[in-house]
Design a protein around this ligand. Structure first.
Ligand code: DOR
Ligand code: ZN
Length: 349
């Protein structure tokens, strides 16, 4: 049970249901920021090469755990990368492992390391059938690809062309519409059955597409799906703070070295891990909905994934903190969300 005073919020330690941890030195630079704030995280499989089978996921999980500071009791929840060739057999192995919690569907070419993603969802129908049978959720990057569709419309077109037929064909399949960005996505999730849920990032409730260009081009606000119009931001914020259990926390924290963002062709991804929970707290507080934060961050996602709710508690205090301009990232640097700015909440140490 959360307790809120004007200056403090004590809540059950949350989980991050959408996280990129990368591998190697990048992994060791980022994972403890998440472990400090979150008990568990759904770890995305878009490595190079992608994590396409249980064996690879188990090895990746070991590499993650080796980087976690022993003071944290952090549990990585592993996912597999769905391809046109994912077999029914590999779904069965994944389900029996108890370690694999979901499969991630990247439309081929939609985002970072998605070139081996799905070219046509129909090619995965046997795998989806097996997932439905074993209760493994499908995590969806919901954007169509191709230059014929405007980048700001890709999520809405995906709902019409892909997601609506998919949800009709697999009414018992658990589907998480990841990092939703539009009013259309909010409406789709609310109108769907209780198998369909969505994650919501900090950037999509705090920023709109003007923030991509404010004072000049802002590469650290570039992520996919791209920031949308103010009307969409408001709809997503309202969903996040509504107390509807279909909407829960997933940061989509996506680390890229500074030089790969501040360049002529910059990578997509916002690195929010170091202050993610505090930034959500600020957003919920500004919306006058702080009392909805604990369920969004610590209850609904766990319930959806049939995981026990965490029991450890943590406290946030309303006290301004400065966000650094950059942080170490192996031998390189990384620029966190809100770099050089402030956040009005912080974790109580
Ligand atoms: O902005 C993004 N970055 N969106 C994604 O879907 C992938 C992610 C990444 O892995 O960098
Ligand atoms: Zn992601």
């Amino acid at each position: 049970m959360q307790t809120i005073t004007q200056k403090e919020l004590t809540l059950v330690k949350p989980d991050d249901f959408h996280l990129h941890l990368r591998d190697g030195v990048a992994l060791s630079s980022v994972v403890n920021y998440t472990a400090a704030q979150f008990s568990r995280a759904i770890v995305m499989p878009n490595l190079k090469p992608p994590v396409v089978n249980t064996e690879m996921a188990l090895a990746y999980r070991e590499r993650i755990l080796r980087c976690v500071d022993e003071k944290y009791n952090f549990e990585p929840l592993m996912t597999l990368y769905l391809t046109d060739n994912t077999s029914v057999e590999s779904i069965k192995t994944a389900a029996e492992s108890n370690i694999i919690k979901a499969l991630k569907y990247y439309p081929a070419g939609a985002t970072t390391n998605s070139d081996q993603g799905v070219t046509d969802i129909k090619k995965t129908y046997a795998a989806l059938e097996a997932m439905m049978g074993s209760g493994l959720p499908l995590l969806v990057h919901g954007e169509v690809t191709g230059d014929d569709v405007d980048v700001f419309d890709r999520e809405a077109v995906f709902i019409d062309k892909v997601l609506t037929p998919l949800a009709k064909d697999f009414t018992e399949l658990k589907i998480v519409f990841e990092h939703i960005t539009t009013r259309a996505a909010v409406d789709f999730v609310m109108e769907s059955n209780d198998k369909v849920a969505a994650t919501i990032t900090p950037q999509h409730i705090l920023l709109n597409r003007n923030d991509l260009f404010k004072g000049g081009l802002q590469p650290h606000h570039y992520c996919l799906p791209i920031l949308k119009a103010e009307n969409d931001r408001q709809a997503v914020l309202t969903a996040a703070t509504s107390g509807n259990p279909k909407f829960f926390l997933g940061t989509d924290s996506a680390p890229h070295a500074r030089n790969t963002k501040e360049t002529s062709c910059g990578c997509a991804g916002i690195y929010s891990a170091p202050n993610a929970l505090e930034i959500y707290a600020e957003a919920f507080d500004s919306a006058g909905q702080l009392d909805k934060l604990e369920a969004f961050a610590s209850h609904y996602g766990a319930d959806y994934y049939d995981l026990p709710r965490n029991t450890e508690q943590m406290t946030l205090i309303k006290k301004e903190q400065a966000i650094p301009e950059f942080l170490p990232f192996g031998d390189e640097e990384i620029v966190p969300f809100r770099a050089g700015g402030t956040c009005s909440w912080q974790l109580k140490k």
